[in-house]
Design a protein around this ligand. Structure first.
Ligand SMILES: NC(=O)C1=CN([C@@H]2O[C@H](COP(=O)(O)OP(=O)(O)OC[C@H]3O[C@@H](n4cnc5c(N)ncnc54)[C@H](O)[C@@H]3O)[C@@H](O)[C@H]2O)C=CC1
Ligand SMILES: O=C(O)C(=O)Cc1ccc(O)cc1
Length: 367
């Protein structure tokens, strides 16, 4: 059994995508996990796939840690109740917003300073655009940032327990206060979600022959538009104060762009466009690479694969056998064609070697 920083048991309240992923990850590390969800289906599915054991109502429990993984709208009530129900436990929540949750818990009439000392707000920066326990993954948090938002009244041992949860799930601990957190996620998570939804909503009236041409540019920019609306209504409304100034900035940029494109032959128009694209390049280059490493440009090797079962698996096996680490992988299918294109990202120094190996094995590498 792997060693853990938590001792357990851990009680997970809310067994959707996130709660079940937490339960799976901790159970796989040998920790004892209890589960509870107002939806009997959600908690049974979570138990059936190995995330822990559903608690028996009314049975006294003394968990080391309670993880509240409920939707943001009910998180304050669930955290406050857990602080009252489990007087020896650290209680953390994992909601995507932190300021409104902390303010809500602090102003609950049942909550004293002693209760608050055991509460730590947290936010794993990992998720999926699907909800529910069936989409859960034990490795969801591996190498992903997990923000720990201790407040001024958090007890040191409660903060340590919250950090132990993140570390045991393979995440990278990041510490900031609730305001810094909410400002950060407004920019790097909530704004991209809105932008993606706005782009995808433009497609509603697009003719089929236009959509048939869609490539990775559109897929990349609209992937998260498939996210669960009921969750995102809550996230966006809870963090509106931090999001609105960013959207106003975007509106200014859009107005400027529209003005420029309204007359692209006007003096200075092309320079304006070049500036816009240049600023985009510079902003994109600031996004850290995998595992928080500095941005790194990977080299691409594009391979043609036949559209039949087992082809991609065979290609990946050949890459693995060549001893070359694949940094990223993406596939592109063209509608109506019998082949797909697989883009394999590798460190630049191994690109030529991979092309040689794959070509020798009979793969068609696009040069
Ligand atoms: N989906 C994502 O990618 C991420 C979500 N989060 C946060 O994690 C939390 C959970 O989100 P998901 O797992 O994606 O949602 P989900 O919809 O998959 O699961 C939420 C679960 O909470 C349960 N629930 C509802 N009311 C409850 C209550 N009063 N007590 C206990 N459980 C209750 C629901 O029955 C459901 O099973 C949210 O606060 C969200 O902001 C954080 C990081 C990523
Ligand atoms: O899928 C992605 O890229 C995400 O960014 C997922 C995500 C959604 C909500 C969060 O609060 C944190 C992470």
């Amino acid at each position: 059994m792997p060693t853990t920083h938590l001792a357990g048991p851990i009680l997970v309240l809310g067994t959707g995508l996130l709660g079940t992923s937490v339960g799976l990850g901790l159970s796989q590390r040998g920790l004892s996990v209890w589960l509870s969800d107002p939806s009997p289906t959600a908690q049974t599915v979570a138990q059936d796939i190995g995330a822990g054991t559903v608690i028996v109502p009314g049975k006294p429990l003394a968990p080391e840690l309670v993880v509240v993984a409920a939707p943001p709208d009910v998180t304050v009530a669930v955290v406050a109740q857990a602080l009252c129900d489990y007087p020896m436990s650290t209680v953390v929540d994992i909601a995507s917003v932190k300021g409104s949750i902390l303010a809500g818990v602090q102003s609950d009439p049942r909550i004293t300073a002693a209760h608050l000392a055991r509460y730590v707000g947290t936010h794993p920066m990992a998720g999926r655009e699907r909800s529910g326990p069936a989409s859960a993954r034990s490795g969801l948090f591996t190498s992903m940032p997990w923000v720990i938002c201790a407040h001024s009244g958090s007890r040191g041992d409660a903060v340590k327990t919250a950090e132990a949860l993140a570390i045991d799930l393979g995440a990278t601990v990041s510490r900031m206060n609730a305001v810094e957190h909410d400002d950060s996620v407004a920019l790097i998570s909530h704004f991209p979600q809105v932008a993606s939804s706005l782009i995808a909503s433009r497609l509603l009236s697009a003719p089929g022959h236009s959509l048939a041409l869609a490539g990775n540019g559109l897929r990349d920019t609209t992937r998260i538009a498939a996210s669960d609306p009921s969750l995102w209504i809550q996230i966006l409304s809870h963090n509106a104060g931090a999001l609105v100034p960013i959207l106003r900035g975007m509106r200014e940029d859009l107005e400027r762009l529209i003005g420029t494109l309204a007359d692209p032959t006007a003096s200075g128009a092309l320079l304006d466009l070049a500036e816009l694209m240049g600023e985009g390049n510079a902003g994109q280059a600031r996004i850290p690479g995998k595992h928080g490493a500095p941005p790194q440009a990977f080299a691409l090797v594009t391979v043609v694969v036949k559209d039949k079962p087992g082809q991609v698996a065979a290609l990946l096996a050949d890459v693995g056998n060549a001893g070359i680490n694949m940094e990223d992988l993406r596939m592109e299918h063209s509608a109506g064609h019998q082949v797909g294109l697989v883009d394999i990202s590798v460190i630049p120094g191994r690109r030529e070697e991979l092309i040689t190996v794959l070509s020798a094995l009979g793969w068609k590498v696009v040069q």
